[in-house]
Design a protein around this ligand. Structure first.
Ligand SMILES: NC(=O)c1ccc[n+]([C@@H]2O[C@H](COP(=O)([O-])OP(=O)(O)OC[C@H]3O[C@@H](n4cnc5c(N)ncnc54)[C@H](O)[C@@H]3O)[C@@H](O)[C@H]2O)c1
Ligand SMILES: [Zn+2]
Ligand SMILES: [Zn+2]
Length: 387
C-alpha cells in the first residue's frame, strides 16, 4: 500500500510499504477514506519530536471503512464507516475509568514524554506519533491497523460527509476541550492565541458555549481574517502589535479576559532568544505564547493550553500566576469522552468544522501538502488527503 513516511527533518515521502495486519484479536484494519495533516504533525516534520525512526508512517487524524476485524471485535463490523480518535485507549484501566482516555496506562509500550516521571506510567499510545507514544503506524496511508477497536472507532451516519466528520478524530475535540477547560459560559470573554486549525475549533466551540468577546492572536493576516469572518473574533496581528496582552488588557478595563487559550504550543514565535535556546536544546519550549496568555488573563481566570509543550521553560512566571490566582488546564485531548456530543452538534448544524479546509489532495501528493501547510503557502488553513 501507499503511506506517508517520515525520513528525517522536513523529509516526508509517500512510499510503498507492506499492508498492515491484525496483531491482536481486538484490532481492526481500516481502509482510510480521508486523513488530515495536523499542527502536531508539523512538530514532527520540523524534527522537534524525539523518538522518530526513518520509515515511520505519520498521521493521526483519519477515518474510513472497516475492512477486517479481529475475533474479539464486537462494536463494529466490516463495512462500517468510522472516525478514529488519535488517542488509543483501552477503556478499562484506572484512567480510562475516569474518562481520562489520553492518560490510558495500557496502550503505550513507549516511555512517554514526562521528564521527571519516576515510576509513573506513560500516557496513552497515539497513532503516528513517535516511539515515545508507542510507535503505532499512522493513518496517512491507504490502510491502518486500529488497536482497541471496541473503544476507539465511532460509527458516523452516511448523511454526513467525510469533510464534516473527519475532524472528530482530533482538532474538533481538542478545540472543544480547550473551551470547556476555559470554562466558557454565556457572556465570557476569551483570547485565543494561534489562528491555526486548533485555534479555529476553539473559537467555534467558545461561540457554541456562549462566549461574548473573542480575541484571536496570530501573525498571518489571512488566518486572522478567516476567523474574523467565520467566528467574529477581534484579530490582533503580533507582527504589528508586539504586545497583544497589553492591548487586550486595555480593551477590558485593565482586567484581562476571563480565559485564554494557548493554541500555539512549544514552537511559539516571537522570542528570538527562546527560539535559539530551544534549537540548542538548552530550553524545552518557547514560552512566548504562554506568557502572553498569563498576562492577558484576569485575576482568578483560566489559562487553557491545548498547544503541545515539551520539557521545561525558564521564563515561566509562576509568581505572576500565583499573584493573579490563575488556574491552568491542559493536556492531550480525551477524544473518546467528547466525540459523541460533538457528532450531535455536527448533525444538527451547530458546528461546521469542514469550513476551515482549504486543500483537498491525493495521498500521493502528501509531501506537497506538508510543505503548503508548514510554509503557510496558498493561504493554507487545513489539508485533507484522500488515499
Ligand atoms: N492537546 C492536544 O491533544 C492537541 C491536539 C491537536 C493539536 N495540538 C497542538 O495544538 C497546536 C496548534 O495546532 P494547529 O493545528 O492549529 O497548528 P498550526 O501550526 O497550523 O497553528 C499554530 C498557529 O500559531 C501561530 N503562532 C505562532 N507563534 C505565535 C504566538 N507567539 N502567538 C500567537 N500565535 C502564534 C502560527 O502562526 C500558526 O498560525 C500545536 O502545538 C499542536 O501540536 C494539541
Ligand atoms: Zn493532531
Ligand atoms: Zn485505559
Amino acid at each position: 500500500m501507499q503511506a506517508l513516511t517520515y525520513q528525517g527533518t522536513k523529509d516526508v515521502r509517500v512510499e510503498n510499504v507492506p499492508d498492515p495486519v491484525l496483531l491482536a484479536n481486538d484490532d481492526l484494519i481500516l481502509r482510510v477514506t480521508a486523513t488530515a495533516i495536523c499542527g502536531s504533525d508539523l512538530h514532527i516534520y520540523r524534527g522537534k519530536i524525539p523518538g522518530m525512526k526513518d520509515g515511520d508512517i505519520l498521521g493521526h487524524e483519519f477515518m474510513g471503512i472497516v475492512e477486517e476485524t479481529g475475533s474479539a471485535v464486537t462494536e463494529v463490523k466490516r463495512g462500517d464507516r468510522v472516525v478514529i480518535p488519535f488517542v488509543i485507549a483501552c477503556g478499562d484501566c484506572f484512567y480510562c475509568n475516569k474518562t481520562l482516555f489520553a492518560a490510558c496506562e495500557t496502550t503505550n509500550p513507549g516511555c512517554g514524554a514526562i521528564l521527571n516521571k519516576k515510576t509513573a506510567t506513560a500516557g496513552a499510545g497515539l497513532f503516528g506519533y513517535s516511539h515515545l507514544y508507542g510507535g503505532y503506524s499512522g493513518g496517512q496511508a491507504e490502510y491502518v491497523r486500529v488497536p482497541k477497536a471496541n473503544v476507539g472507532p465511532f460509527k458516523v451516519p452516511d448523511a454526513l460527509s467525510d469533510d464534516q466528520v473527519l475532524f472528530l478524530s482530533d482538532i474538533l475535540p481538542t478545540g472543544y476541550q480547550a473551551a470547556v477547560n476555559a470554562q466558557v459560559v454565556p457572556g465570557s470573554s476569551v483570547a485565543i492565541f494561534g489562528a491555526g486549525p486548533v485555534g479555529y475549533m476553539a473559537a467555534a466551540s467558545a461561540r457554541l458555549l456562549g462566549a461574548e468577546q473573542i480575541f484571536m492572536i496570530d501573525h498571518h493576516d489571512y488566518r486572522l481574517q478567516f476567523a474574523q469572518e467565520t467566528y467574529g473574533v477581534i484579530p490582533i496581528n503580533f507582527d504589528q502589535d508586539d504586545d497583544p496582552a497589553d492591548t487586550i488588557l486595555k480593551a477590558t478595563n485593565g482586567h484581562g479576559v476571563d480565559a485564554t487559550i494557548d493554541a500555539v504550543g512549544f514552537e511559539a514565535k516571537g522570542s528570538g532568544i527562546e527560539t535559539v535556546l530551544t534549537t540548542l536544546k538548552m530550553e524545552g519550549s518557547s514560552g512566548k505564547a504562554l506568557r502572553q496568555c498569563m498576562a492577558a488573563t484576569r485575576r482568578g481566570g483560566i489559562v487553557s493550553v491545548p498547544g503541545v509543550y515539551a520539557g521545561w521553560i525558564h521564563g515561566f512566571l509562576f509568581g505572576d500566576a500565583f499573584e493573579k490566582g490563575l488556574t491552568f488546564k491542559m493536556g492531550q485531548t480525551h477524544v473518546q469522552r467528547v466525540l459523541p456530543e460533538l457528532l450531535d452538534y455536527i448533525g444538527n448544524g451547530k458546528l461546521k468544522p469542514e469550513v476551515i479546509i482549504t486543500h483537498r489532495m491525493k495521498l500521493a501528493d502528501a509531501q506537497r501538502g506538508y510543505e503548503l501547510f508548514e510554509q503557510k503557502q496558498e493561504d493554507c488553513r487545513k489539508v485533507v488527503l484522500m488515499p
